[in-house]
Ligand binder design. Structure first.
Ligand code: PLP
Length: 395
């Protein structure tokens, strides 16, 4: 089909929640994508931090194909071999003792809210309030969107979930002021992604951990976007020498096969018991096999470190452009999670980059965001920087 044919069907039959998209990607390989009209693109967005191993990597494709020939789906009423292997490998590489599997980031956040509330309820000391940060993003189900600190995503969906409070990200005083004896969980992203690639001040996450310990509150890190090698370590929080009680994961876990997960300490896991939470597809054989192959590749020694080096190289190039162009207000980066804040809306710049054959995206109104697959090379960066320079000249 041509782009025009795909567009016509889309306009007739798909509810338009994503706005105008005049490109249809039909094939991917490594760092590259091709559209329905045969045009090639360099992908510096990875399907919003999803295909961390690039498009259609052989190891994951083989694992999917093999599992598809063997057993695609069976319910969680039976043990699922790829799922238990995945859980064990996740435990080996994280603080978590146990895992619950679902299908998306929002569902993992939803599970975290439910686990936190039930944990305290089961203890006989209900603490229903969950605190989350202003400008945060946690997904679109009613629970996840309530904890999302951007009112524009709430409009028309009220009433929101009760007992959710907000604090200013990066500001300990604001958080302390929001804490009461009824707060059972504090939820935050180690780096805010959709909110504009916002990196908290040094020592902030450690101070939040201390506050949670002191006040008897479960700390929940949403690593849906920062996780799976994106920021220079498998999960971003490990760079701070701390661990949460609960962590939400999705996006890059299956390298594009939908899967979400919640990992937690053995203590926190006691909040759930038989029948308290479930998902028909969560951790089914196909998605678990894809995630197992993905995690195995991501945790190969040196892989994430090399990716982070390319991230540094890219960020240095962007900072150099910042010296040249007044319109660049700031460059914020950790590994391959990179935001370039502009002094005006970044939408036209995103469009100009796509026009030049480079896929990137926005984060908030003014930030140009780059989330390339972790297989990106310095040569790829050297291809993108001059295109960005050209785009900036007319921005
Ligand atoms: N949490 C964070 C930090 C995210 O960035 C996102 C999506 O961008 C979500 C949760 C929601 O994930 P999903 O779109 O898979 O529901």
């Amino acid at each position: 089909m041509t782009t025009a044919e795909i567009q016509a069907l889309n306009e007739a039959h798909v509810i338009n929640t994503y706005g105008a998209r005049n490109i249809a990607m039909v094939r991917g390989d490594g760092m590259r994508l091709w559209d329905a009209d045969g045009r090639e693109y360099l992908d510096f967005f990875a399907g919003i931090a999803v295909v961390n191993l690039g498009h259609c990597p052989a190891t994951v494709t083989e694992a999917i194909a093999e599992q598809a020939r063997t057993l695609v789906h069976v319910s969680n009423l039976y043990y699922i071999e790829p799922q238990v292997k995945l859980a064990a490998l996740l435990c080996e590489h994280t603080f978590a003792d146990q895992w619950f599997f679902c299908n998306s980031g929002a569902e993992s956040v939803e599970a975290a809210i439910k686990l936190t509330r039930r944990y305290w309820a089961k203890k006989g000391t209900p603490k229903p309030i969950i605190l989350s940060a202003n400008q945060s993003f946690h997904g679109r189900t009613i629970g996840a969107v309530t904890v999302t600190g951007q009112p524009k995503y709430h409009e028309g969906f009220e009433p929101m979930l009760p007992d959710v409070g907000k604090f200013d990200y990066g500001d300990m005083k604001s958080l302390e002021a929001a804490v009461t004896d009824k707060v059972g969980g504090i939820l935050l992203e180690p780096i805010q992604g959709e909110g504009g690639v916002v990196i908290p001040p040094s020592g902030y996450l450690e101070a939040v951990r201390k506050l949670c310990d002191h006040r008897g509150i479960l700390l929940i890190f949403d690593e849906v976007q920062t996780g799976l090698g994106r920021t220079g370590s498998l999960f971003a929080h490990t760079q701070h020498g701390i661990a949460p009680d609960i962590m939400t994961v999705a996006k890059g876990l299956g390298n594009g096969i939908p899967i979400g997960a919640l990992g937690c300490t053995a203590g926190a896991a006691t909040g759930f018991s038989v029948g308290s939470h479930a998902s028909t597809f969560g951790g089914n054989p196909l998605s678990s096999a894809a995630a197992l192959a993905t995690l195995t590749a991501l945790t190969k020694p040196g892989f994430i470190e090399t990716a982070a080096e390319v991230g540094e190289y890219f960020a240095a190039g962007l900072r150099a452009l910042g010296e040249e162009f007044d319109t660049i207000a700031d460059v914020r980066s950790k590994g391959l999670m990179i935001g370039m804040e502009m002094r005006k809306p970044a939408g036209p710049l995103v469009n100009a980059m796509i026009e030049s054959g480079v896929i990137c995206g926005p984060a908030g109104p003014n930030v140009l965001r780059f989330l390339p697959p972790l297989i990106v090379s310095k040569e790829d960066v050297d291809t993108v920087l001059p295109k960005l320079e050209t785009a900036l000249e007319i921005f």
